[in-house]
Design a binder for this molecule. Structure first.
Ligand SMILES: Nc1ncnc2c1ncn2[C@@H]1O[C@H](COP(=O)(O)OP(=O)(O)OP(=O)(O)O)[C@@H](O)[C@H]1O
Ligand SMILES: Nc1ncnc2c1ncn2[C@@H]1O[C@H](COP(=O)(O)OP(=O)(O)OP(=O)(O)O)[C@@H](O)[C@H]1O
Length: 635
């Protein structure tokens, strides 16, 4: 259905091709999963199928890509629209209409489908994706996950023969992701739809794939095979595969169910362990974590050859000590001497309209805001206190009677369904959303009543859409501005970018970065300022497992220094690895609040893979299992 013939892509000004040597066929009626490290060229490959590369991105495409016999270089994306439906990484950039229902109908309208068919399919899709209650809502007022569902719905309604999806579940809560994947699988099985989908969270998707296409490293030729074949050699793989490699299982498990069936001997070995190791103790295996555990050498099935995965050690952060439990370190000591953060973000990151003017404009001004003299001493007050806060946004009661205290050194994962109010809560903490009732104090100030320069060292937010934080023309200029605003030594921000992701070029426009590269830059900008309270809204989109491990290490280092961290995330593996405490929101209210291990295992939706495999034993991550085995089997 999709044929690549000796395809390569070079972007303008790039020193090397972003894609090279792609020569393969994606069969009709199958779900092919595209995997590989951040920035390796997955979106570029998808773009050659939908026609966005090179028509909209520039650059040079060599070779030939055909979809249902049509050459994507000679056909503009709109000339492929009856065959290919595309969901990109940034849904907001692709919406054509303002209201949910209209967006679902738009693709069918442009194909001239009869009104009765359109009506029926809109209703079906609203039900299928749980969008009925939102049908007449302006898209701009939806939460990130709600927008992603609309984007998926809008490509499903025209029933295209080929679906090209770039991280389609990255903003979805775990249950919604499962529903979307089930819908896709049904399309593949019942209608013979061909699905080509890039994803980083393999724990969510690998079991649905018929075939996996791996881009192992930048410029390397892709390999394609069954999920089991590819997972045995892939530098990116889900926790169950890491666990299988650690335990020496063959064949490797791809799902929790597979792994449970093989888990008995591992459980027996673990029973000799002295007890659960402190999850937050220093990493016994620097590379060990969720996806990239301390793997034994990967087995290579016949015919699959891979270069060594390029995972350089993070230069500046190897020696960061692990955080003690937050109670053990109550004083916000280490940031007393640290200058202010530039990275105060002003946009309501729940998909709401920017606070003022063009997107990013206010953030630009605020990022330029120097700390006022009275903010010079480090705040001694609690990083954040939220007391009986209620927020109404238009017709929606986004938060209801929320009370929450964030202690220095504490890392909290905010979880809960799409639209539960997570981004809204983060927005009240930076002051871009004003509580309807109740009080918020951050470092002793009321965020929405305090001038940004006074807030910048108290709080910094990496928004759900990292683009909102970026305004300079190059990565180097962004980083230089961040260093200067934070009075940090030149090179601080740039080192952070490289510590998170290797190979991010200096002179590229941030607009042209891959999703993961852009997030790494946004994280680095905010981390450079070392705010007392660090807020991260879905901080793993586009990041591969190795980058997540490095992010976890950096965040643990900050927490050990007394910084408080609140992350809103659907990434249950990240929460298990990083958070001391999990707070679950539902319908704007707190429905669970407690230590991570207790909260996540109490609901299958929030439990990480290792917990599901080894339940009722208490392990949550591959790292813990590795440490426990070391302890149990030490001579
Ligand atoms: N329009 C562009 N101009 C110049 N370089 C680009 C452009 N788009 C992408 N690149 C570069 O090409 C490389 C591949 O990017 P691509 O977005 O395809 O990666 P990806 O595998 O999808 O990454 P991620 O997992 O982070 O989404 C990256 O190094 C990126 O910086
Ligand atoms: N600007 C706005 N106007 C009206 N309603 C809004 C606005 N922004 C968000 N909402 C609504 O408020 C509720 C909470 O949204 P919020 O973005 O806080 O959810 P979330 O938990 O972060 O969701 P997600 O996981 O999808 O990012 C949702 O029902 C959303 O539709």
């Amino acid at each position: 259905m999709i044929r690549f013939e000796q395809v390569s892509v070079v972007y303008e000004g790039a020193s090397a091709p972003s894609l090279r040597g792609v020569d393969l066929v994606i069969p009709e009626g199958e779900l092919t999963l595209l995997v590989g490290p951040s920035g390796v060229g997955k979106s570029t490959l998808l773009g050659t199928v939908s026609g966005l590369v090179p028509h909209f991105t520039g650059g040079t495409l060599r070779g030939r890509v055909t979809v249902a016999g049509r050459d994507t270089r000679t056909h503009e994306p709109r000339e492929l629209a009856d065959v290919v439906g595309t969901v990109g990484q940034d849904p907001l950039a692709h919406f054509v209409t303002d209201v949910v229902e209209d967006e679902l109908a738009y693709g069918m309208e442009s194909l001239g489908l009869p009104p009765a068919v359109m009506r029926r399919r809109v209703e079906e899709t609203l039900d299928l994706l749980g969008l009925n209650e939102l049908r007449d809502r302006p898209i701009a007022t939806l939460s990130g996950g709600q927008q992603q569902r609309v984007a998926i719905g809008s490509v499903l309604t025209p029933h295209p023969r080929v679906l090209v999806l770039d991280e389609p579940t990255s903003a979805l809560d775990p249950a919604a992701a499962e529903e979307v994947l089930a819908v896709l699988q049904r399309l593949v099985h019942d209608l013979g739809t061909t699905v080509l989908m890039a994803e980083h969270r393999l724990e969510r998707v690998v079991q649905y794939a018929d075939r996996v296409l791996l881009l192992p490293s930048p410029g390397a030729a892709p390999v394609i095979g069954t999920p089991a074949e590819i997972m045995a050699v892939s530098p990116v793989h889900p926790p169950v595969v890491s666990l299988g490699r650690l335990a020496g299982w063959s064949p490797l498990p791809l799902s929790v169910r597979d792994a449970r069936r093989r888990a008995a001997p591992l459980v027996a070995r673990l029973s000799a362990a002295p007890g659960i190791p402190d999850r937050l103790s220093g990493p016994a295996h620097p590379a060990a974590s969720q996806g990239s555990a301390p793997d034994p050498a990967p087995q290579t099935p016949a015919g699959l050859k891979l270069p060594a995965p390029p995972v350089p050690a993070p230069p500046a952060f190897e020696a960061i000590p692990a955080p003690p439990a937050p109670e053990a370190n109550p004083a916000p000591s280490a940031f007393e001497a640290i200058p202010a953060s530039p990275a105060f973000e002003a946009r309501g990151s729940g998909g709401g309209a920017p606070v003022a003017g063009a997107p990013g404009l206010l953030s630009r001004l605020l990022r330029r805001g120097r700390p006022s003299p009275d903010s010079a001493p480090a705040p001694r007050e609690a990083p954040a206190e939220v007391h009986r806060v209620t927020v109404r946004r238009g017709r929606v009661q986004a938060l209801h009677d929320i009370t929450l205290t964030v202690a220095p050194g504490e890392t909290i994962a905010l979880m809960g369904r799409n639209g539960a109010g997570k981004s809204t809560l983060l927005s009240t903490l930076v002051g871009t959303v004003t509580p309807t009732t109740g009080e918020v104090t951050v470092g002793g100030r009321t965020p929405h009543r305090t001038a940004p320069p006074e807030m910048v060292r108290r709080v910094g937010l990496v928004p759900q859409e990292p683009r909102d934080l970026l305004y300079a023309d190059t990565v180097a200029a962004e980083c230089a501005a961040a260093d200067s605003d934070a009075a940090a030594p030149p090179g601080t921000c740039r080192d952070l970018v490289s510590a998170l992701l290797p190979d991010v070029p200096d002179d590229i426009h941030p607009r042209d970065l891959s999703e993961g590269q852009r997030l790494a830059l946004a994280l680095a900008l905010v981390l450079t300022g070392r705010p007392a309270l660090l807020l991260l809204d879905e901080p793993t989109r586009g990041l591969d497992y190795a980058a997540k491990v490095r992010l976890v290490e950096i965040l643990r280092g900050l927490a050990a220094d007394g910084h408080a961290i609140v992350l809103a995330t659907h990434d249950v593996e990240l929460a298990a690895e990083l958070a001391h405490r999990v707070v679950i929101l539902a319908g704007g209210e707190i429905v669970a609040d407690g230590p991570t291990a207790e909260v996540v295992v109490s609901s299958p939706a929030f439990a990480p893979q290792v917990a599901k495999v080894l339940a009722p034993d208490p392990w949550l991550t591959v790292r813990q299992v590795a440490e426990a085995l070391d302890a149990a089997e030490a001579p």
